[in-house]
Design a protein around this ligand. Structure first.
Ligand SMILES: O=C(O)c1ccccc1N[C@@H]1O[C@H](COP(=O)(O)O)[C@@H](O)[C@H]1O
Length: 211
């Protein structure tokens, strides 16, 4: 059965919608340029609403240790999701903070999957995400999709998840096409960048459970 992570949550009502709809993971973004960036206080308030059966994932872009420490404490994080972070740094973060680590691999062409291979044994999960354009302010969370066929026949070096441009209208096909064990969405359950929509969250989770 495929489970779902709803990422970039920033309000109690949309967090509650994700939990009520059956999300396995909820994502809190700690990256200042993002419209979904959370303060530590906001993260603490949201984290307190999350039951034990749902994992709290902190989303970071090549983070420093002090940011990680404060976010882990405030957001009571269960998982660290790292974007644009070198393998050596991923290993150091995992060793220092003693939490499961997901590493994003940005995909546009088949050759981009080469970046997944050195992650074997270093990460707890690889998150295949669409590569954002050169110079974009965000490495993810832009609602971009990649060609899922690029994953055909690829020997995944670690457990994995699929993200990038998913929504209630395409997630069933994404699961059918790739066999993803976890799907991850942000823009596809928003009414505007950074504004989550409880109705879209419910529709997304219903689609995932029907797949
Ligand atoms: O959502 C963000 O603002 C963000 C910021 C920095 C790194 C990653 C971010 N989001 C991640 O992007 C993917 C896909 O998002 P989308 O559904 O295509 O909008 C997802 O994993 C988010 O965790």
């Amino acid at each position: 059965m495929t489970t779902a992570k709803i990422c970039g949550l920033s309000t109690p009502d949309t967090l509650d919608a994700a939990i009520a709809g059956g999300a396995s993971h909820v994502g809190f973004v700690f990256f200042a340029p993002s419209p979904r960036n959370l303060s530590f206080d906001a993260a603490a308030g949201l984290a307190a609403r999350v039951p034990d059966r749902v994992a709290r994932v902190g989303v970071f872009v090549d983070p420093a240790d002090d940011l990680l420490e404060r976010a882990i404490a405030a957001g009571r994080l269960d998982v660290l999701q790292l974007h644009k972070t070198a393998p050596e740094r991923i290993a150091a973060i995992r060793a220092r903070h003693c939490l499961p680590v997901w590493a994003a691999v940005a995909v546009k062409a088949r050759a981009d999957l080469d970046a997944a291979r050195p992650l074997a044994g270093l990460v707890d999960r690889i998150l295949y995400d669409a590569k954002t354009p050169e110079g974009a302010s965000l490495p993810g969370g832009m609602g971009l999709r990649f060609d899922w066929g690029l994953l055909d026949g690829f020997r995944h070096p670690a457990p994995w998840a699929l993200s990038g441009g998913l929504d209630a209208g395409n997630v069933v096909e994404a699961i059918r096409r790739t066999g993803a064990p976890i799907v991850d969405v942000s823009s596809g359950v928003e009414s505007a960048p950074g504004v989550k929509d409880a109705t879209k969250i419910a529709a997304f989770l219903k689609a995932v459970s029907s797949a």
